[in-house]
Design a protein around this ligand. Structure first.
Ligand code: HEM
Length: 113
């Protein structure tokens, strides 16, 4: 059945895991580069840190915190699925991972604004 799983709740969990994993992989080199400016160009670092006051940057940080949390919790679900002799309630666990991630990133955003 070609493409038959697409749209299933756990297909969405897979898609979210892939998108968040790729986003984290793209973010990390930029993050390290920005932090490295502390050693080579402190004034430039100050300029970049000032950008974090922009509402759009705060929104992006919310997305990043959500992505990290949902990737970590979803990854732990997958590891449990692979390693533990126990596999039921995967949709519930995936929904829980998304809900907890939204809660954590929402609290982060409320503190940031
Ligand atoms: C925070 C703890 C993390 C856990 C528990 C975790 C767990 C996992 C697991 C279990 C997989 C395999 C999924 C599968 O079997 O299909 C995976 C895939 C992946 N992870 Fe992570 N991960 C973590 C952090 C990260 C970070 C920090 C990055 C990026 C720098 C990352 C990038 C990726 C990517 C790109 C994939 C491949 C996704 C795909 O091919 O669909 N992960 N992760």
């Amino acid at each position: 059945m070609r493409g038959g799983y697409r749209g299933h709740p756990l297909w969405w969990a897979y898609a979210l895991h892939r998108v968040s994993g790729l986003a984290l992989a793209l973010f990390l080199p930029v993050h390290f580069w920005v932090l490295a400016q502390a050693l080579s160009a402190p004034a430039r670092l100050d300029g970049l840190l000032a950008l974090t006051e922009q509402p759009l940057v705060k929104l992006a940080e919310f997305g990043l915190v959500f992505g990290l949390a949902v990737h970590m919790l979803g990854g732990l679900r997958l590891l449990a699925l692979e390693w533990l002799p126990w596999t039921p309630r995967q949709k519930t666990l995936a929904a829980l991972a998304a809900a907890v991630s939204f809660l954590v990133s929402g609290l982060f955003l409320l503190r940031a604004v």
